[in-house]
Design a protein around this ligand. Sequence first.
Ligand SMILES: Nc1ncnc2c1ncn2[C@@H]1O[C@H](COP(=O)(O)OP(=O)(O)O)[C@@H](O)[C@H]1O
Ligand SMILES: [Mg+2]
Length: 294
Amino acid sequence: MAAVAQETPTQTRTDDAVVRIQGLQAHYGARQVLHDIELTVAPGEIMVIMGGSGSGKSTLLRHLVGLMRPTAGSVELLGVDITRAPALEMQRLRRRIGVAFQGGALFSSMNVLDNIMLPLREHTQLDRQTMEIMARLKLEVVNLAGAEDLMPAELSGGMVKRAAVARAIVMDPALLFFDEPSAGLDPAVSSALDDLILKLREAMNMSIVVVTHELESAFKIADRITVLDQGRILTVDDVAGIRRSDNARIQNLLNRRAENAEVDAETYLRRLTGEAAPAGDPQAAGTKQDAGAV
Ligand SMILES: Nc1ncnc2c1ncn2[C@@H]1O[C@H](COP(=O)(O)OP(=O)(O)O)[C@@H](O)[C@H]1O
Ligand SMILES: [Mg+2]
């Protein structure tokens, strides 16, 4: 964990990487939003992807989980190039990967236990009783034991997130992706979620990629932090390296975190539903490149 970060502050451990992105370019239509992305994640590592609103964090994550295909470059997860893998290999890979997206995305018509059992139903032939036991174990991991029969509408924001995490880990994935785990949560709840992420790595030895704009959270959980800026990687470094960086843009990011936090959740949701930012949106106008381009 920390040792990995200290020994390899930059991307040198590529031999046994669980994530390896090479030469990735991404576009929305004609507009390029990610440039020359190179990224590796070591086994057992927590890699945090940071950056201001509109810097490309969510787009990068969409490429990592196969929701978008790069216009150039490759994305390897657990040794499989997901830009080229045949369907069967992708299906096998998906069982080893957990994804907890913002909002939780629980099915409102199912209780918590059924929501968490969904991946087991989809990917395994286990009998119902075994699936229930596995789901209950994961509910304990996320501190939701006793909430089995509740419907999503009865859960608090923090509980929804934790239920989504339980579902993401029910198959014991080797690799786990989080998008904005603490967005919209009060500080105490979001801090508990950080603890949960650390616990998952310790107890289950998962490699975890977390996208966040919350600096405090990033500093607490990261082995290394990748800082995105206008679609490019500005730096990859451990927490100490980011803290002492004298790069003006990184310092800017550190100092302006409150502003970003306020607007990002909204713009994020809008983008997730595919709506472009309206003209004059302060986020879109936040950088010269973005102004008027969306
Ligand atoms: N669905 C989309 N269609 C067109 N442009 C998009 C879409 N989603 C994001 N963008 C643009 O791509 C850039 C990166 O966005 P995004 O990856 O959402 O950044 P972040 O998650 O860091 O806020 C932004 O300029 C944004 O306006
Ligand atoms: Mg985003």
